[in-house]
Write a protein that binds this ligand. Structure first.
Ligand SMILES: [Zn+2]
Length: 319
């Protein structure tokens, strides 16, 4: 599953539409593969929402409506293997790891999450998202639909000719409530988050992680082979937002926006530098300095995009 690029509402009259406020709609396609009577089958879903934040809370809210659909396909569903891209803001982070750790408690079925590396190419969800938008555009052009917001899109989709796709509605309020739940859950950052490509439920306070996905016979049936490492999640539950605010107030504010905060690791003696998305950084590798900026950050890890040397100049690589 994946977020499609937001759909932007258009009118038939292009000129007129240019003056309209263009409303965006979140589309989250998901394709479920399962075996029925020994043969591999699939079902397509598209979650439609007026929540535009593509973050962990929205992903968790999507699972809330998607998992019951999977149980309708197979009432004896024993295990879910999720496959998604790996952006840390959406799928690969400590909050999703917490959902995986508690998956049995939350959904009454165990699960593991597998991550494609960036640039893996197009998958079935890209096709599903693209087809849904094309059908909507055509319906508008033919005058068969007026879509001005997410609710209109859902109304059109539910009665459209895309009968093989199940469209599901996700209300923004549900995502906002989930945001409150995740902000009350204090989970310690997990070292090495970005190198994990598979995370599996173990119990409510731990997960098992792998640097690569494994689909040996044991792993396919939800068992664990020697490929996995145990990781204890260190988090507190039931901290209220108010407690959180009080804690923040009692801690003196030592943050300085202009200076990157440094601490010294007591084990290695190395300086740890806290950086955030968009920070410009200079790094040493093999005794040479490189200039770059933080393109992605999560927990203790950052991805840095580096400038490339070009003759006497440095330039940013083409995207
Ligand atoms: Zn295995």
């Amino acid at each position: 599953m994946d977020f499609a690029e937001n759909y932007t509402c258009r009118s038939v009259d292009e000129i007129q539409s240019a003056y309209w406020h263009q409303t965006a709609i979140t589309l989250h396609p998901a394709v479920a593969y399962f075996k029925l009577d020994g043969s591999l089958q699939h079902r397509s879903f598209v979650v439609i929402s007026n929540e535009l934040a593509h973050n962990t809370s929205t992903v968790w809210s999507i699972l809330d409506i998607l998992v019951p659909q999977l149980k309708q396909i197979d009432a004896n569903l024993e295990y879910i293997h999720y496959w998604t891209d790996s952006p840390s803001s959406q799928y690969r982070n400590k909050h999703i790891f917490q959902v995986i750790a508690n998956h049995v408690e939350l959904f009454n079925v165990a699960a593991r999450w597998n991550y494609f590396e960036a640039g893996h190419g197009k998958g079935p969800c890209d096709g599903l998202g693209g087809a849904t938008k094309r059908f909507a555009d055509e319906a508008i052009k033919m005058g068969a639909a007026v879509i001005q917001d997410a609710a209109d899109f859902f109304t059109w989709a539910s009665t459209s000719t895309m009968r093989e796709v199940t469209f599901l509605w996700l209300e923004r309020d549900a995502c906002q409530q989930k945001l409150e739940v995740t902000s009350c859950l204090k989970i310690k950052p997990i070292k090495g988050t970005m190198k994990y490509h598979a995370v599996s439920s173990n119990d409510t306070r731990s997960i098992i992680v792998g640097e690569t996905s494994c689909y040996c016979h044991d792993c396919l049936t939800g068992e664990v082979c020697s490929h996995w490492d145990l990781h204890i999640l260190d988090y507190k539950r039931n901290t209220t937002v108010r407690d959180e605010q009080q804690q923040q107030q009692s801690v003196p504010n030592t943050t300085n926006n202009d200076i990157i905060h440094e601490t010294v690791d007591s084990n290695t003696g190395l300086q740890q530098v806290a950086c955030k998305d968009g920070d410009f950084v200079a790094c040493v590798y093999d005794k040479k300095w490189y200039i770059g900026f933080v393109s992605e950050e999560d927990d203790d890890d950052v991805n840095v995009s580096f400038m490339q040397a070009s003759k006497a100049m440095f330039k940013w690589p083409q995207p």
